[in-house]
Design a protein around this ligand. Sequence first.
Ligand code: TRP
Length: 337
Amino acid sequence: MTKTHAQRVFSGVQPTGNLHLGNYLGAIRKFVDMQHEMESIYCIVDMHAITVWQDPKQLRDQTLEIAAAYVAAGIDPDKAIIFQQSAVSGHAELAWVFNCVARMGWLNRMTQFKDKAGKDKERASVGLFVYPNLMAADILLYRATHVPVGEDQKQHLELARDIATKFNNEFGDEDFFPLPEPLIKGPGARIMSLRDGTSKMSKSDPSDLSRIVLTDDADTIAKKIKKAKTDPEPLPTEMDGLEDRPEAKNLVGIYAALAGMTDEAVLAEFGGEGFGKFKPALADLAVAKLAPLTEEMRRLRGDEAYLEGILRTGAEKARVIAEPIMREVKERVGFIV
Ligand code: TRP
């Protein structure tokens, strides 16, 4: 008999670099929707951030910026839990246990480590290598069942399931941890660079024109859309006309995600039009949708006491869930508690 675990959402965003449109449409907006469907825990993963060098002052600033973005986007701190990973010691404790459950071979297969460590693996931090174990601990510390993440995190989530399975088998309860499911699909799931429709919009792209960040003002948003790479053809009327046109496809997808429409509906409206007409419409829409959000972020960002209060209360609520689970982990492992 397998017992069913209560449905619970967990996700995390790293406080590194400015939040961009891809983070908003692909992650944060989904978090806002999920909070109405099940108990939701949204973490700012500062411990993951320091797996690569972070300036301490900037880390602090960016942690508050994400808290502001969460609240400005519509995550209700009375409904969902918003907190900072380092404030709940269970993350580090469970990550250690998982460092001893996961196998070197499993981690050696992680493609993100290979990408992030680059050529000189010897100089990467040990933390970067065991990053996925900490991520598994984040999720399983709360017995979360659903994890909204980008496509790039799918492999890490599979590892979390492998860790959960091995722990369950070795420590005598096949249902101790749930096997968490990724929630990947949905509008805005893959927002690509404005300069290259084949690579993801990313905070590490050297070109500022490749992304719209949530601190851009209206003129900057309009300029970046105007300069976005396109092709000379007008927009097609059907979806298959977007094949092999990654930049056109991306702009249509952004329009659809911002407007809450399907891609097909966007093509029904703009099919046959050139980018000379579509880009200004997209720029107006982006400004109209993002301006209230960025303005509210700026206002909240000015009230540090309020944001710190939200994080403190969130961490207390997170601890209440985590502590009994961590206690049972320790007992099962054989630590005297
Ligand atoms: N690795 C995730 C990312 O970079 C962030 C993250 C850390 C996360 N812990 C998590 C996401 C737990 C989901 C669940 O996007």
